[in-house]
Design a binder for this molecule. Structure first.
Ligand SMILES: *Cc1c(COP(=O)(O)O)cnc(C)c1O
Length: 394
């Protein structure tokens, strides 16, 4: 049996006609830049997230870059983020001449640890930290209550890297103990999404979006997306070409109505893996640790709350690299997200020399992502777990 890490063909089987129709519609309309397809998607995504405004952009990376530009992050500013993420989270900081400052992750959620963030912010007496970028890694929100409290205390804006977490919900506990569920991206000043094909909502190329509750921020971002021009050819500031392609917007409009069902299937697949690994004996033997959903399951008005959307299903394992080679040899797709923590990336030169973030380093050395896409079958999962069991018997 072959088990791919991601099978976009399986999704295309039921979406192909609608996607082709959407693409042809855009081509025949001759509206190739901005226009109703982009605007329609912007309001649909903003509504879906419970955010006031949506601004379509070229990619998740550019969503982050344009957001930092919108905050006037410049040479020498410092930006607080996690050392354990996709490179883009740090890359956008460096591209503006700013300096990343890291707070290590919580080893259970893999997300930035607010206790460590607080220590760093407390020590920043010169107030050089100008923005905070938490990442909702693998599809589960960072501890946003603590992060927003720090944001308010130190008056530093939060740009959520929600590239892996569109639709993920965060249970905000109010002072009265009541819980309200808030969607990733709509909690901080800005939320950045990626529509890269491997994300839960992926287009047929590159695409991204920023959502915000702040009208002034969203309006400035609209200018930055288009070279800072207003009116045309009058440039109040330097922006870029960060415009979302209407063809991509049209394909996303086709896919958006399926997103909730995909989240649900991914969660069901995660539960199925959890129980297969529980039965395998590998957990007791200390070979495998299954992922923790840190905010427990909840159902509201008959709807399963998206407390985790499992963009990735991540195991912590013994002899990780050997297991990866073994799975690949057996035609089972897997990946390492991410083998090198950000502070160890070569492009930094000696910027982070001597700095250690032990939890991020441990995660980078011991985690492995298994296939979790919605169309994955139970048979494939059983086969995969059997192969993992076999590996540890070798
Ligand atoms: C995918 C991703 C990005 C970048 O998105 P692109 O659309 O590929 O530019 C940024 N941050 C995280 C955490 C991601 O997973």
């Amino acid at each position: 049996m072959k088990v791919p890490l991601l099978d976009l063909q399986a999704q295309l089987e039921y979406l192909e006609d609608d996607i082709i129709e959407a693409v042809v519609r855009v081509i025949k309309s001759t509206r190739y830049i901005q226009g109703p397809e982009v605007e329609g998607l912007e309001s649909a995504i903003a509504d879906y997230c419970g955010a006031g405004y949506g601004v379509g952009v070229t990619s998740g990376t550019d969503a982050l870059l344009a957001s930092l530009m919108c905050l006037d992050i410049k040479q020498g500013d410092r930006v607080l983020t996690t050392p354990y993420s996709f490179f883009a989270t740090m890359g956008v900081i460096l591209r503006l001449g700013a300096v990343p400052v890291f707070a290590d992750i919580d080893p259970v959620s893999f997300n930035i640890d607010p206790v460590k963030m607080a220590e760093i912010l407390e020590a920043d007496s010169e107030k050089t930290i100008k923005a905070i970028i938490p990442v909702h890694l693998y599809g589960q929100c960072a501890d946003m209550k603590s992060i927003m409290e720090l944001s308010a205390k130190y008056n530093i804006p939060v740009v959520e890297d929600a590239a892996q977490a569109i639709g993920a919900e965060y249970p905000l506990v109010g002072d009265d103990g009541a819980i309200t569920y808030q969607k990733a991206g709509a909690i901080g000043l800005a939320g950045c999404f990626s529509f890269f094909p491997s994300k839960n909502l992926g287009c047929v190329g590159d695409g991204g979006m920023v959502v915000s509750q702040d009208k002034a921020f969203a309006e400035k971002l609209v200018l930055i997306r288009n070279h800072g021009a207003y009116p045309k050819y009058h440039h109040k500031m330097v922006g870029g070409n960060f415009r979302l392609d209407p063809i991509q917007a049209a394909t996303l409009t086709v896919k958006l109505p399926y997103l909730e069902s995909w989240h649900k299937k991914r969660r069901a697949n995660a539960r199925s893996y959890n129980s297969l690994f529980a039965k395998s004996g590998l957990i007791e033997e200390g070979k495998v640790i299954t992922p923790t959903q840190v905010y427990g399951d909840a159902v509201v008005d008959g709807r399963e709350v998206n407390l985790h959307i499992y963009n990735q299903y991540i195991l912590r394992v013994d002899r990780r690299d050997e297991l990866r080679d073994w799975l690949q040899k057996n035609d089972i797709g897997c990946e390492i997200y991410y083998p090198i923590p950000l502070h160890k990336q070569e492009c930094l030169g000696d910027l982070c020399e001597g700095l250690n973030y032990p939890e991020a380093e441990k995660a980078a050395a011991s985690t492995i992502a298994l296939p979790i896409y919605p169309e994955l079958t139970v048979e494939m999962q059983e086969y995969l777990v059997e192969k993992v069991v076999q590996f540890y018997k070798l």
